[in-house]
Ligand binder design. Structure first.
Ligand SMILES: Nc1ncnc2c1ncn2[C@@H]1O[C@H](COP(=O)(O)OP(=O)(O)OP(=O)(O)O)[C@@H](O)[C@H]1O
Length: 539
């Protein structure tokens, strides 16, 4: 009953909330003018919105309860089966089952706990995007280290990214794969949305490429192959990323790759260009006027230096870099999963040549080059690419209908450039580079970011104030989420030995026992999204 009352209060029509705000303002003597009264029509629209939000809230709540129950049953069954199939003594089996139940209880407790930014100690900033920042953080009660991505709600609303951010949260919660960054929980306060993810201390591919200039074909083969698996793992869940770029390819402490940043793409606004700007490029005339070919001719080395000089500015700009976006996405003519394979081709080119295939001095010229790719895709002699590498890139950077991968990732996997790759074992093999990581808080593989003066521990939103803020917002209903994995590393006396005994070599937690060997075996969350990171399933 109490919870029913609290959701009802949460979704009170704004006119009611207004009267209480007014009172507060006058007692505080804020000097603010009273807002204009709402018209009857406005009030009715607001009420309708609130009712719809409340309905969604209740539906989510009950769906979630049912799902939790079902998932709990399934987790127990999976564990029992694993224990029965595995070589585990009876005593260990009992301990593991006890541990499992403890974990379930802890998980239930956590489900009830209202998480907030002040549950975490914020540490080094490791990433900056158009909508917020990413930081290493430590959970105060457990001491566990995570990466916290913090996104400004007002900015998401202003740029129409609400559906995208929900898509990101949904996908991360739904797809359980080695190739995707793991989401532990998500929550919100008045100002921000938060994603608490595993911290991947190996850095990102953008930083690796800036440090190495180019990769050998063997090194590139490793990363391209893992990217193929990552893209495949989201496609099988009917998602399209649409904005795959080196900044979104993260490396774990062993150097293995994980895909991240789902849904916050910053589509370059090409609407100021006319269609003819895009379509004339195949001809020599078009190429000379609109495609940036009037820019000075540079050697591969000069182009690489130029690219590196601009790279970070582009990455942190509000527009982002269009260098990896497929032409059909830029032209807004409808696109499918093939667009992610185009991005793979552009990234592979950059790994081997040093800069992306359509790099130009300004992003608009890059867009033009991309849509006129036929006249612009060139392999510099100096880069000495093997014929197989050129062939694969050319089969990825081409028309949708001819593009490799249109009929599934297997088309790409059998390409001769990947000869010798053991697709089933690549995530268990040594990575091309093993990153140097000295401790769990080490951030040496990331760029250094300057702290702005305003940064302070969760600022005024922490402490008792949090409880007083209305922490939900109708635009972001359903954002809050907690993954069962969050309790995976909770300490249980005597478990250390068991953990050692029962885990696979590269997964030093008891998690291995709860996991299925196959990718994407667990579907944990509701799916409903659109936008840059698209779920093709009906809601
Ligand atoms: N889980 C993580 N572990 C380690 N580093 C991370 C993690 N998530 C993000 N980063 C770092 O932060 C950077 C920005 O992250 P991300 O791309 O998700 O943020 P964003 O605000 O969505 O950026 P964009 O502007 O590209 O959309 C990444 O390039 C990476 O360096």
């Amino acid at each position: 009953m109490d919870s029913a009352r609290s959701w009802f209060q949460k979704f009170q029509p704004r006119d009611r909330l207004r009267s209480s705000t007014k009172k507060k303002d006058s007692t505080m003597g804020s000097g603010r003018e009273d807002p204009q009264p709402m018209s009857a029509e406005e009030a009715s629209n607001v009420t309708k919105q609130r009712v719809a939000a409340a309905k969604q809230y209740i539906e989510n709540h009950y769906k979630e309860q049912m799902r939790n129950l079902q998932e709990r049953k399934e987790r127990r069954m999976v564990l029992e089966k694993k224990l029965a199939d595995g070589d585990v003594s009876e005593e260990d089996q009992n301990n593991l089952l006890k541990f499992h139940e403890k974990k379930e209880t802890e998980y239930m407790r956590l489900q009830r706990h209202k998480m907030g930014a002040d549950d975490f100690e914020l540490l080094t900033m490791i990433g900056k995007g158009a909508f917020g920042e990413v930081r290493v953080c430590r959970e105060k009660t457990t001491g566990h280290v995570y990466a916290m991505k913090k996104l400004k709600k007002s900015e998401m609303l202003r740029r129409g990214q609400v559906e995208h951010v929900k898509a990101e949260r949904n996908l991360l919660a739904e797809v359980d794969s080695n190739c995707i960054v793991k989401l532990y929980c998500s929550f919100q306060d008045d100002e921000f949305l938060y994603l608490i993810m595993e911290y991947l201390p190996g850095g990102d591919m953008m930083t690796l490429l800036m440090r190495k200039d180019t990769l050998t074909e063997d090194e590139a083969r490793f990363y391209v192959a893992e990217t193929v698996l990552a893209i495949e793992s989201i496609h099988v869940h009917n998602y399209i990323h649409r904005d795959i770029k080196p900044d979104n390819l993260l490396l774990d402490k062993f150097g293995h790759l994980r895909l991240s940043d789902f849904g916050l793409c910053k589509p370059l606004d090409c609407s100021t260009l006319e269609e003819k700007d895009f379509t004339v490029g195949d001809s020599v005339h078009g190429a000379s006027r609109n495609d940036g070919s009037s820019a000075p001719k540079r050697t591969q080395q000069e182009q690489l230096q130029h690219w590196q000089k601009n790279r970070r500015t582009l990455a942190y700009s509000t527009v982002g870099t269009p260098d990896y976006i497929a032409p059909e996405v830029l032209l807004k003519k409808g696109y499918g999963m093939e667009c992610d394979w185009w991005s793979l081709g552009a990234i592979m080119y950059e790994m081997l040549v040093g800069y992306p295939p359509f790099y130009s001095d300004d992003p608009m010229s890059t867009c033009r080059k991309i849509v006129n790719w036929k006249s612009h895709l060139k392999f510099p002699e100096e880069a000495k690419l093997s014929p197989e590498a050129k062939d694969l890139i050319s089969k990825l950077l081409c028309n949708v209908t001819q593009r490799l991968g249109s009929n599934g990732a297997d088309q790409i996997k059998v390409h001769p450039w990947f000869k010798g790759i053991d697709w089933d074992r690549i995530y268990h093999m040594d990575a091309a580079f093993i990153p140097e990581v000295n401790d769990e808080l080490d951030t040496q593989n990331f760029e250094k970011f300057e702290e702005s003066e305003s940064h302070s521990q969760s600022a005024s939103r922490s402490g008792p104030w949090r409880k007083m803020l209305s922490s939900k917002d109708i635009n972001f209903v359903g954002y809050t989420y907690k993954n069962f994995e969050i309790v995976n590393d909770y300490q249980v006396p005597g478990m250390a030995e068991l953990k050692k005994k029962n885990t696979k070599p590269k997964r030093p937690t008891i998690k291995a026992l709860f996991e299925d060997e196959s990718e994407g075996s667990d579907t944990t969350n509701s799916q409903q999204s659109q936008g840059s990171f698209v779920n093709l399933l009906p809601p």
